[in-house]
Write a protein that binds this ligand. Sequence first.
Ligand code: HEM
Length: 392
Amino acid sequence: MTRQPPDLFAPGLFEGTGFYDVFAWYREHDPVSWQHPAGEPDGFWSVTRYRDTVSVHRDSTRMSSTKGMRLGSTERAVRAVANKMLIVADPPDHTRMKRVLSRPFSHEVLAAAEAHVEKVVGDVVAAAVREPVPDLIGHLARIPTDVICAIMELPREDWEWIGKKTTEAFESPSEVTRITANSEIFKYFYDLVRENRDTGANGFVGELTRRAGEGAGPTDEELVFNFAGILAGGNETTRYTLASLTHQLAEHPDQWLRIARGEVDPADATEEALRWSVPGMHVMRTATEALRVGDAEIAPGERVVTWIGSANRDPEVFDDPDVFDVGRTGNRHVSFGAGRHVCLGSRLARLEITAYLRALRGMVGSIELTGPPRYNGSNFTWGLNELPAVLS
Ligand code: HEM
């Protein structure tokens, strides 16, 4: 390993997995480092150790999300939704909105939807076995969209449109397509909220609209932003975990056998899939007052980035962190973040991944790669965007 600090922003670093060596260097030599990428107006503090990551996420008074929660977001876009969308809100707005919005994603409510999630996931796995395609992600992508549409009780005939628009809004290389798709999603939810207000309809949207109307909950505008946020938060992330899990099982037939033979608890394998896949590679906060993180003195207004991918491989917390082990227990990964912004959909994502493992176990004999997988190269929503593989 080099003595010079390695470049966290080397072109193509996140197109492979070489960034794990870069993180390891920083964890050991400069765990909270100042980074100022070339061409960027400002630098930021880069946090790589598990304990510092958790302390930043849990510090809800001195760490603000309202200036954006990722590198590269535009100030204007963030300002338009700050304190109106959970992920870029601070208390008291965050508390007020999360109280209402977390209810449909709680343990008790989702327990009733478990069979439904299993059915949606089972259908996708059955289709993947029946109709192999060159890129398995074509099938896997349907799991998060179909599940979230089912949970939100959106009309069946809209699901395909929603899936298409969500992909366009977040993954299209064309900015015009991204902006257009985003506006179409906002318009869709705006109409839905209005319709539910007018008709007093029941169901997911109606229930939240009514609760919001009862007082301190989100306004109609906030509901629209947060519905779009729920789609955004749950789509690519869960797909990347499913793709990574499939990839690892294809690469490690011994691990697949342990699952196929029922030797490991699917809940443990789910946690390892989450630790390994890291679809939320970094999270950003802005300091509201002076504070210390590790040995670094952070000044008010400075940005702090935690690398979840690095925290999840910290040897201080995980034995053999670079080994994919579906039977790992006591897995304290931070893939869903921590503290007040902890992922709203963590329970739902876990349900989907566990249902996927059960469906693989029930319907699949072997998982094989048919070509090299490709990573998307992002240091934010990181994952596989091509997975040539067959489930037979
Ligand atoms: C493997 C799947 C997922 C991963 C790895 C993931 C990761 C994360 C992370 C790291 C955060 C914290 C962001 C921060 O601290 O600023 C977060 C928040 C959030 N996630 Fe997820 N997520 C996943 C699935 C989902 C799903 C299925 C939904 C849909 C229900 C969802 C909706 C959200 C929302 C709305 C927030 C904002 C919560 C808040 O700010 O209070 N996510 N997610």
